[in-house]
Each structure stands twice: as C-alpha cells, then as structure tokens.
Design a protein around this ligand. Sequence first.
Ligand code: C2E
Ligand code: MG
Ligand code: MG
Length: 568
Amino acid sequence: MDSNRLQDELMLERNSRLEFEHKYKSVIDHNLDPIITINLSGRISYANIAVHKAFGYRLKELTGRAIIDLIGEEKNNEFNDFLSRAFSGESIEMEGIKFFHKRGKYLSAYVKTIPVAIRGDIKEIHLILRDTSFHLKNNERLLFLSYHDQLTGLWNRRALKEHFDADADYAFRCDEQLSLIQLDLDRFNTINDSIGRNGADEILKMIADRIKLVIPKAGKLYRNGGDEYIILLQNHSIEKTEKLTQKIMSDFTKPFYFNRQEYFISSSIGISVYPEDGTELEELLQKAEQAVRFVKERGRSHYRFYREEMNTAFTDTALMEAHLRRAIEFNELELHYQPQVNLKTGEIDSFEALLRWNNRKFGFVSPAEFIPLAEESGLIHSIGDWVLEVVCAQLKEWQDKQFRPVRIAVNISPKQFQIGAFAEKAKQIIEKHGIHPSSFEVEITESALMNMKDTLSTLQKLKEIGVTISVDDFGTGYSSLSYLKQYPIDIIKIDRSFIKDIELDEKNEAIAKTIINLAHNLGMQVIAEGVEKDLQAEILKEADCHKAQGYLFSKAVPASEIAERYFA
Ligand code: C2E
Ligand code: MG
Ligand code: MG
C-alpha cells in the first residue's frame, strides 16, 4: 500500500471515529434522562444537561467528585455493591436510591448502569438516572388514601386493623394492655337535619380536630365511618384511659361553630380492653359498641367500660322498636303527671306530663330508654302527637269539670320541634279542644334549643298563640346564655343534677342559687327538678326558687290520682 493511500485511510478512520464520537456525545448530551459518567475510581467525569435540570449541578461542579458523596447515606453500602457489579460489566438497575440535590434535599431516583468497554476492558460507566420522587409522591398519596378517612384525614378502619394486629402482638409479648375507645356522637342526625350534609361534614372535621389534640403519643385516632370515632391506646392503665375519656367528654361541653352559630354535641363512649375483653379486634369492637349502647340507653353523654353484665342487660332494640310501633294501638302508653309545688305557699297549679310505657313483653320501660328509640326510628312524631292530644283532652276535661285552672307541661323532643309548623300544630290542637293556651306549656331541653334552626321563629309563634315556654334540664347543655335574652322564655327548670346533694355540695348550691337569681333578673320563673329531701326544698325556698318538683312531694301519677288529690 503506498503511503498516500495509507494516509487517506487513516484520515477516513479518524473522521468516522470523530463523527461517531460526536453523534454519541450528542445522544448523551441531549438525553432527557440525567446521565452521569464515572471512572473506575467512582469519580464523575461527565454529566449531561439533564443532570442540571433534575439535580441542580453543572458539569464543572461535578467533575472529579465521588459519586457516593451524592447518595443518601442509608443506601451507601448497597450502592457500592451495585457499582462493583456494574464495574464487572453488568448492566443493572437500582430503585429508590436517594440522590442529593444541589439545594440540599434528597430526591428519590432510579439508576441504570451502562458499562463502557473498550476492547473488552471496562473504562467507565454511564449512570442513567431518573427522578422518581413524583411517582413516589403519587404512591405515597395512594397509600395515604387507602389508610385514611377522606373527610377528616384520620386513620380509617383498614389502618385500625393493621395497627391493632401489630399493637396486640407487641402487647402480648410485653404483657401489656390495649384500650379501645369507641366514641359515638349523640343525636348527630339532628345536626344533619338542621344544617345539612355539608355543614355536618364540617362539624365532623372539627370534632376530629378537637379529639386529636388530646390523643397521647401512644394512641391513635380513627374514624370508623358515620359519626363514630375510635381511639386505640397502647399500654394504658384503666385509670389513664378513664382520665383521657373524661378529658374528651369535658372538651365536648364546648360548642362547635358553624356559620357563626353554636352547636352543642355530646358523645357516648364505650371502652373495651385487650386482652381481658378479647384478643381479636372484632370482638373488642363489638364489646366497645355494646358499652356505647348501654350508655345511650341510659341517657347518653357518658362513658362506660365493657362489663359482662351488659350482655344480659342488653335489650333487643329492634324488637323493642317493633313493640313501640304498636304501643299506641295497643293502648300501652299512658301519661302520668308530676305536680310542681309552689315553695312559698305550698300550692300546686302546674304539672309535668311524663310518658309511661307498659309493654307486654318488656314490662315498664323508662322514657330515658324508649324516647331515644322513638326519636331514632321517627316514631316520636306519632307518639308526640298522641301526647299533645291527650294533654289537651285532659286540660279540657278538668276545665269542663270546673276544676281550678292549672297548667300542664309537655316535653317536646327536638325532632318534633324541628319538623316545621310545630307552632301551627299546637295551635290547631289547642283550638280543637278549646283550652286556654296559657294552660299549655312546652318544655324544650336547653341543648335542643340551641341546635335548631328556626328556633326563634317557632318560639315566637308559640308565644303569639299564648303558650307557656320552659327550658328543661337547664345548666347541662350550654355555655353561653345570650339565647335567654333572645328567646321568649317563661320558665327555667334547674336540672336535677344540681339539686342532688345541694345540701352537701357547696358548688351545686352556688350553681342553683345563681340560676335562681338569673331567672329573677330576667323576669322568668324558676322550677327546681328532682327535689327529694326536706333540706333541699328548704335551701331552694330560702333562695327564692318559685317552684319545685320531685319525689319529696310526689312522683308522676295517673290523671285520676291527680284529680283525687288536688281537685277534690
Ligand atoms: P325530664 O323532662 O327532665 O323529666 C324529669 C324526670 O325526672 C322524669 O323521669 C321524672 O320521673 C324524674 N324525676 C322527677 N322527680 C324526681 C326525683 O325527685 N328524683 C329523681 N331521681 N327523678 C325524678 P322520666 O319520667 O323517667 O322521664 C325521663 C325523661 O324522658 C324526661 O326528662 C324527658 O326528657 C323524657 N320524657 C318523658 N316523657 C316524655 C314525653 O312525653 N315526650 C318526650 N319527648 N320526652 C319525654
Ligand atoms: Mg321535662
Ligand atoms: Mg328535666
């Protein structure tokens, strides 16, 4: 071969090598994925433009640096192994390494190696990187959603199951207890009815936030759907669990605000304990629920630990409801009347009508038990109407017999009050029977008054008709008293809980006296409920309480007995 030809060929080969290198370099330079090239000692020799975009470094900032310095420490060993395999010629991939961004944060990345071999010897390695933090965020989000309640962001039932399995396992090994607290909101459907689904959702969130504040480190809060929350506590003594429950209950005495209106919501709480009450989650849930129902049947707004007796004392509410449905038809309902005694004069010119239900299967059932059932099932409307009819008929009968004028107070459930046109209904019945409107009194509990919309207009209409209005169980439901100014209220009834022990408990005495003064100052009458002892009546009389009702004077008795005793 002559020298000219040789030179030409060398030239050609050099050109084609340059051309190839050029193409190869531009593929790397413009690749959308970040690519870093490292030499055999693990130091960076090259980085493309995408590296700058993804991780913030320019080529000159990286050249000569050890790749391992850019990797999150916890995977250092794994990454070194990975590199040595790559140096032995394998093209391999690794997920989930943390790559240090120039601005200080770690980004999750995926790496693929491409060994560069020249004549069989590995000279360098290209690392193709991909920022997977976005996917990771998505995955994390999916993971979050599957373990959390969407409305409140609390853990969900699925999370409870997994946490319980782990916690129970630990508790078993360490001979510890777990407490499972189930919290059910009382009458939350009335909130739903009055402010609608969206408003009720807002309140459910506020409740979650409020409970969250008191959950200890070793506890987790779950939403169990609807208006139920669950707290799982690790290694908590009965005393500590009870303290926490009391704290939650006292936090519930503060109102929740929605659209600048205050709402009072109480809760009933049942507690079961691992391993005493069961070792499986389902069993513990069922027992906590039984304790909740036990509380609800006994007037709500309280807490109980599960006890074996609850099983036997437990009534079949579905069956009871079926019986209640036919109570009017079977003549099982009766109204009894409890006299309200004027403490100064001893005179009696008013009574409270209290429902009695004597059922052939269940016997006498307390209104504290069947009224909530009637409210939940909607039966309260027909039962409530029946009560209004009977009371008006009773007043009419006494009026016709020319007995001295008296007044009867009727307990009105918030459900009845809420259905709209309650005032119109009362008017119609009063007119139908031809009784004096002022001889008819409606008793509405304080908390119910607050939780209803249109309360003011209904009360005003009742006032226009001439009906007497009283606030029942005063002092138990509310913290702000401004409604007393707004609403046309005639009578305040001091709740029994303040009268009980009034002779022993100075605080109760102070509360009762304050309520009495308040009523006087507002020009309202005041009636003390649940007076059982002479001394209690004496204290109340001295404090200028107008009237009292309670076992000291009489329990509620049938109408015939009232006529005999008070009108003879
Ligand atoms: P309430 O309106 O606060 O009625 C007073 C309750 O205290 C009555 O219980 C009465 O029997 C009881 N009581 C009266 N004096 C004493 C006493 O000296 N000591 C004690 N420990 N208790 C006394 P009852 O009849 O079991 O009624 C419970 C609740 O059921 C009532 O509380 C009321 O909220 C509701 N209720 C009763 N009748 C009706 C009704 O016709 N309609 C509606 N919606 N609710 C009713
Ligand atoms: Mg009452
Ligand atoms: Mg009461």
